[in-house]
Each structure stands twice: as structure tokens, then as C-alpha cells.
Design a binder for this molecule. Structure first.
Ligand SMILES: *[C@@H]1O[C@H](CO)[C@@H](O)[C@H](O)[C@H]1NC(C)=O
Ligand SMILES: *[C@@H]1O[C@H](CO)[C@@H](O)[C@H](O)[C@H]1NC(C)=O
Ligand SMILES: *[C@@H]1O[C@H](CO)[C@@H](O)[C@H](O)[C@H]1NC(C)=O
Ligand SMILES: [Cu+2]
Length: 386
């Protein structure tokens, strides 16, 4: 691991030297441009692979996932309405397992809580979350008649301050904005996979989300917290109704800068580097995955129950976009790579994963192997990021 991170560091230094020539080119501006080029190359490779197909996933039927701000306004409204809809249909989770699960939306949180010890900081992280996002997208469509593209949140666009993100502008066409500012709060000590804790200092909010579709009174969080105090009853599976809270943090949004993305997507030649760079760049917790959660704050900080905040789905679509782009820049060699073990931070120790390693989705659906979740166009998935 040490050797890998050193190698990754050297690679990324080499990259910076090329991307920031003598002069005053802002490396973040250069990296933003580079991401567009990488995105175009990835798309070209994907369409090159499926162009001649007449069955399965074809250039005609492929679903296009879009950045929130480019989603047409009626689709934004329909997406928000579909999330509210999932919060009115009855849960399938038996009350004996999770007495706090009342609605279909909660089923997703329960599976995420139950699987957290296996699917974070492990070889199952990327494939598990890809399939979870797919199941969520499928539920929006089949249970709640959402017809539009699945949105993602490109946090590089607002890396200087998440309060500038379209997804958080607080309007009826956003996922609501910041939590109300509460002065004098303490840091939140969060439990990370593998028995680590991490201290998240207070930022610009801290209270209930006050405006928009998920404001207090219009949206309820019921499960958790599991990953910080005060914890919810019954290991976070009990009934703990409360408002959605956020604490948007410009300190942590720096972790999702354009250069963080080019380092990850362009700087890594194998999946071991990619996963390490995504979660522990330089051996320190952080990276674009954690920084996406930490810049939102509070409910989103809970490694177990973070799907409570609807932005979870857009963040994880963006994480999946990173993996999909990386795979798409080397489809043949990269699509079916695996790395890591099947437990968080390998605690307790477990075997290295293989393509046949199985992931459990609880009440949401049948188990899947890593192989089944590896390609965005060869198996049951058929989507491209625009
Ligand atoms: C698709 O078909 C064209 C025309 O027949 C051919 O030139 C090209 O090599 C094919 N591409 C793939 C990926 O099979
Ligand atoms: C902050 O933490 C201290 C020490 O644990 C505690 O005494 C204090 O009440 C806390 N303040 C708030 C606002 O929770
Ligand atoms: C698991 O993978 C690591 C990293 O590739 C390797 O060093 C180790 O030998 C593997 N363990 C087993 C039991 O195969
Ligand atoms: Cu997760």
C-alpha cells in the first residue's frame, strides 16, 4: 500500500508538471478542461463498443445520466416528486428487522446500514454502490413513474463552496439548501470503517434544512444516526423521526476539486491505486468520496445511514461516474479489475475479493457478483454519463 501510494504520488506529480506549464494557468481551470476531454474520450470508447449492437445495450436505448444543473426543470421537479413518492409507499422491510422503516425509501437505508461493514473501504465498495444506485433509479421509475435521466452531482463545479451548487440552491428545483446556522456547535466525531474515528468541525449550517422540497415539515428522516452521537435506537434501525440536517462546508469541498478528479481518473493505472486515491489519498481519510459526504454534513456524515439525505444518490452517481470514466478510458483492461477484501478496512480480516464475490442487497433485490456489477453496458446496466 505504501509503495502504491508513493507510485500514485509520483504519477500525479508528473501529471501536474504537464498540466500546469510555466505561466499562470490555474491548475483547477486546466483540470476542469482536462475532465471534459477525459469525459469525451470515455464516451467515444463506450459508443465505439456498442455502436454496432442491435440487441442488449445499444447506442439507441442507452440511458444518459446528467448533471443536476443540466436536467430540464420538469425532470428536476419529477425527480424530487419521485423521492417524495418513495417516502409514501409502504416499506417492505419487516418491522421485526427495522421497526423504524416505514416507507420504501427506508428500505434503501436499511440495506445500506446492514451492509456498511462490508461495502465501505473494501473491494465491494464500487460495485455495491453502483448496483444500489441502479436499484434506486429502477425504483424511481417503476414505483414512482420517474421518466427522466438519473441526475448526478458534479461537485467539482462548486469545489470552492458547496453553497454555490445548483443542487443546494434551496429553490423548488434543488434538493434544498443548507441547514440553519447554529453557532457554537461542537465537532462531530464520526465512526469510520475499520474502527477509526474522525472529527468533523462545524461549518456554515448545522440545523434543520429550512428551504426547498426537503425542508423541515416537508421531509422526515427516520433511521439512524449510527455513525455518530447521539445514536438512534436499536442500532439505528429504530424509529427516530426528525428533520434533515446539513452543514455545508467549504473546507471539505476543496477535496472534490477538479485536480482531485484528474489525479484519480488520469493518475491511476490500476484499480488498487484508484480505490486508494478515492478514499485515502496520501494514506489519510478523505478523497473525493468522503469529501463529498463531509462537505454536505450531518446526516450525510453518517457512514451507515447517509442515504437519509437524498443528495446521497447524486453523490454516489458521481462516484460511479468517476469509476465508469476510469473504466471507459481503458475498457478492455479495466472493466473487470478487482482489488481489496470483503470487509471494511479488512476488519475482521477476509479473503481478497474475486469477480465471483457476492454482494447482498437485503429486501431490495437478489444478490449480485462483482462481475455482474462491473460493466455499465455489458450486463444488466445500460447507461452513460453525459
Ligand atoms: C462496426 O461496423 C463497422 C462497419 O461495418 C466496422 O467498420 C467497425 O469495425 C465495427 N465496429 C466494431 C466495434 O465492431
Ligand atoms: C461540547 O462538548 C463539551 C465537552 O464534551 C460539552 O460540555 C458541551 O456541552 C458541548 N456543547 C454543545 C453545544 O453540545
Ligand atoms: C490479496 O491481495 C494482495 C494485494 O494484491 C496480495 O498481496 C495478497 O497476497 C493477496 N492475498 C491472498 C491470500 O491471495
Ligand atoms: Cu455507502
Amino acid at each position: 500500500m505504501k509503495f502504491l501510494s508513493l507510485a500514485a504520488g509520483l504519477l500525479s506529480l508528473a501529471h501536474l508538471a504537464i498540466a500546469a506549464p510555466v505561466g499562470d494557468v490555474d491548475p483547477e481551470v486546466a483540470a476542469s478542461k482536462r475532465i471534459l476531454e477525459l469525459q469525451a474520450q470515455y464516451q467515444q470508447n463506450i459508443f465505439g463498443a456498442i455502436d454496432n449492437r442491435t440487441t442488449g445495450c445499444t447506442a439507441q436505448n442507452i440511458q444518459r445520466r446528467k448533471e443536476w444543473s443540466t436536467l430540464p426543470k420538469p425532470d428536476q421537479a419529477a425527480f424530487i416528486a419521485a423521492i417524495h413518492c418513495l417516502n409514501t409507499l409502504p416499506a417492505k422491510t419487516p418491522p421485526t428487522h427495522a421497526p423504524g422503516a416505514r416507507f420504501l425509501y427506508d428500505d434503501f437505508i436499511v440495506t445500506h446500514i446492514d451492509q456498511t461493514p462490508f461495502v465501505h473501504a473494501s473491494g465491494l465498495f464500487l460495485p455495491f454502490h453502483r448496483h444500489l444506485v441502479h436499484l434506486f433509479a429502477t425504483a424511481l421509475r417503476t414505483q414512482c413513474a420517474y421518466q427522466g435521466p438519473l441526475p448526478y452531482w458534479d461537485w467539482t463545479l462548486s469545489y470552492t463552496d458547496p453553497r454555490k451548487a445548483a443542487v443546494f440552491d434551496g429553490s423548488e428545483h434543488s434538493l434544498s439548501g443548507n441547514g440553519a446556522f447554529i453557532p457554537g456547535r461542537n465537532a462531530t466525531e464520526i465512526a469510520l470503517p475499520g474502527g477509526f474515528t474522525w472529527s468533523i468541525p462545524p461549518a456554515t449550517g448545522g440545523g434543520c434544512v429550512a428551504h426547498g422540497p426537503f425542508a423541515q415539515g416537508r421531509f422526515e428522516v427516520r433511521l439512524g444516526p449510527v455513525g455518530y452521537e447521539p445514536k438512534g435506537p436499536q442500532g439505528g434501525l429504530g424509529y427516530n423521526p426528525r428533520c434533515l440536517t446539513r452543514d455545508l462546508s467549504p473546507a471539505y469541498s476543496r477535496g472534490t476539486s477538479p485536480t482531485a478528479v484528474t489525479k484519480l481518473v488520469e493518475g491511476c493505472g490500476d484499480l488498487a491505486c484508484f480505490v486508494h486515491e478515492m478514499d485515502m489519498p496520501g494514506g489519510v481519510p478523505g478523497g473525493v468520496h468522503a469529501s463529498g459526504h463531509w462537505q454536505v454534513g450531518l446526516d450525510a456524515l453518517d457512514v451507515f445511514a447517509s442515504p437519509s439525505d437524498p443528495v446521497f444518490w447524486l453523490h454516489h452517481a458521481q462516484i460511479d461516474r468517476m469509476w465508469t470514466m476510469w473504466q471507459g478510458l481503458g475498457l478492455k483492461e479495466r472493466t473487470y479489475q478487482v482489488t481489496g477484501t470483503a470487509t471494511a478496512a479488512n476488519d475482521p480480516p477476509s479473503d481478497n475479493v474475486t469477480l465471483e464475490s457476492v454482494m447482498d442487497f437485503g429486501i431490495l433485490g437478489d444478490a449480485r457478483t462483482i462481475r455482474q456489477a462491473s460493466s455499465s453496458v455489458d450486463g444488466e446496466y445500460c447507461y452513460v454519463y453525459e
